[in-house]
Design a protein around this ligand. Structure first.
Ligand SMILES: [Zn+2]
Length: 479
């Protein structure tokens, strides 16, 4: 039996907090000069003492609760020792389950996709290391490495799952859900470069476990895992031994590569951080976190369905917080949730550049359409001022200039023809040009549809089909 099992370790930067985990330096290092956001503490200078960021603990607590974890009354921090230039103290402050003290969340579980679930082993709070910058971005060919400690000490929430995934597709669905949850919590702006990272572990047929590190984006995790499954299956089929090892994801070649470093847990020599006493969260911590928690995607979906949306449309919206927020703003301008949601999900999305969703900017960047435009469009359709086909054309016209649909409809006379004489004229001219079809239609009622089609064509869809049909029938009797 060659069934595979996969687990994930997800790191989310707590971009929702302004300062680092153990000092007052700012977290917003992107675009800053190297080593601008540093102080003696995050540079690991002798004699400095860590000061724990309460806000980061609260965010980690909320994440644990959102993932159904148990949150203990007390938490502690541990030193994870290793020597690497990105770690100025030569240890990383993290959490560890030992001496009856656990990390901030354990034994949780999350449902995702259609009725799938995964167990969450633990949620922990730790600090991000610094960043190494290589010449040309290539570690192997660069003759030097530059170190930027701006990132050192930025709070990270790490989410560790049990190896419950059996299909790489499940991983993508699960990561979509995690993304939506941490966005809704305000924990992490997941579009910021490097703000979410994921390691995966893969074992095939009950064999050795291989860790894949360095996967730079959630989008690539599924690819990395697929590659690794194929590699391990191929090795097994050739009677080659799959070793327990850590492999790195090569983003350019889309393969996993053997990596030179391989640490075991005992190599890290975990020990309790003596400069941070045990943190007593207290019995009020969980209830207070629950009270201050924003609405989570699952609850939001239920609320959207109550607005009359289908489960599918509601899911598409909540999968992307920006889209869900757009929808909520639009229905404030004009309350027609079902109509508005459909315009967003089916029509507006077709104008969104797929690449935009992976980038740091808003997915609507480049488009000048806001919630008020979609609300206006839905209103025109709801009130029967324009038909759906015209509305689609108008959307195409306004997405970039950002004009109001009602103005465009007015300017282009796109409204439905409610002037009887205008419609009668059109029908007259169709009767004149379509002699044969008119003769046909007097004998065969089914042929009327052809004439109706011609009228709709001549009016560019602006005629009311029901009124036009009645007038055609009347006129046929006179022939
Ligand atoms: Zn600092």
């Amino acid at each position: 039996m060659m069934e595979q099992k996969m687990g994930l370790e997800i790191h989310c930067q707590v971009t929702g907090t302004k300062s680092k985990l153990f000092c007052k330096c700012r977290c917003d290092y992107r675009g800053k000069a190297p080593n601008a956001n540093t102080c003696p503490t995050c540079l690991g200078l002798p004699g400095t003492l860590p000061l724990l960021n309460q806000k980061a603990v609260e965010f980690a607590g909320m994440t644990s609760i959102a993932l159904g974890c148990k949150v203990p009354d007390e938490i502690a921090f541990y030193r994870k020792n290793y020597f690497y230039p990105d770690l100025p103290k030569n240890f990383q402050l993290t959490q560890y389950n030992a001496y009856d003290i656990t990390s901030i969340g354990v034994e949780g579980g999350l449902e995702y996709g259609d009725g799938k679930s995964v167990r969450i082993r633990r949620v922990q709070l730790e600090e991000d290391p610094g960043r190494l910058v290589y010449d040309g971005g290539n570690m192997e060919t660069s003759v030097y490495a530059l170190i930027d400690y701006n990132r050192a000490g930025v709070p990270l929430v790490e989410i560790v799952t049990e190896p419950d995934f059996v299909d790489p597709k499940e991983i993508r669905l699960f990561l979509d859900k995690i993304t939506s949850i941490v966005e809704h919590l305000g924990l992490c702006g997941t579009k910021l470069e490097g703000s979410v990272r994921c390691d995966a572990n893969v074992s095939v047929g009950g064999g050795k476990r291989v860790e894949i590190k360095n996967v730079g984006s959630f989008a690539d995790v599924e690819k990395a895992v697929r590659y690794e499954i194929t590699r391990q299956k191929t090795m097994t089929s050739r009677d080659l031994e799959v070793r327990s090892e850590t492999r790195h994801w090569d983003d350019a070649r889309k393969v996993t590569k053997e990596s030179r470093t391989k640490e075991e847990e005992q190599d890290y020599r975990y020990f309790p951080e003596p400069d941070i006493p045990t943190v007593v969260l207290g019995s009020e911590f969980v209830s207070s976190a629950q009270r201050s928690m924003p609405e989570l995607p699952d609850a939001r979906k239920v609320r959207f369905v109550k607005h009359g949306l289908s489960a599918h449309v509601a899911q598409v919206l909540i999968n992307n917080k920006e889209l869900a927020d757009f929808f909520e703003s639009a229905i404030k301008f004009y309350s027609s949730p079902k109509e508005i949601a459909n315009w967003i999900v089916t029509d507006l999305m077709s104008f969104v550049d797929e690449r935009q969703k992976e980038q740091e900017r808003s997915m609507f960047a480049g488009l000048k359409v806001g919630p008020e435009h979609i609300a206006d469009l839905a209103k025109l359709v709801d009130q029967d001022t324009i038909n759906r086909a015209t509305a689609k054309q108008i959307l195409g016209l306004i997405v970039r200039p950002g004009e109001m649909p009602s103005q465009v409809a007015h300017k282009t006379h796109a409204g439905k023809i409610d002037d009887v004489s205008e419609l009668a004229q059109t029908i007259d001219s169709v009767f004149e040009t379509e002699h044969a079809a008119v003769q046909d239609a007097t004998l065969n009622p089914n042929a009327i549809n052809f004439l109706l089609g011609k009228v709709m064509q001549a009016t560019k869809g602006r005629a009311d089909p029901k009124a036009a049909l009645e007038m055609i029938q009347k006129k046929l009797k006179e022939v």
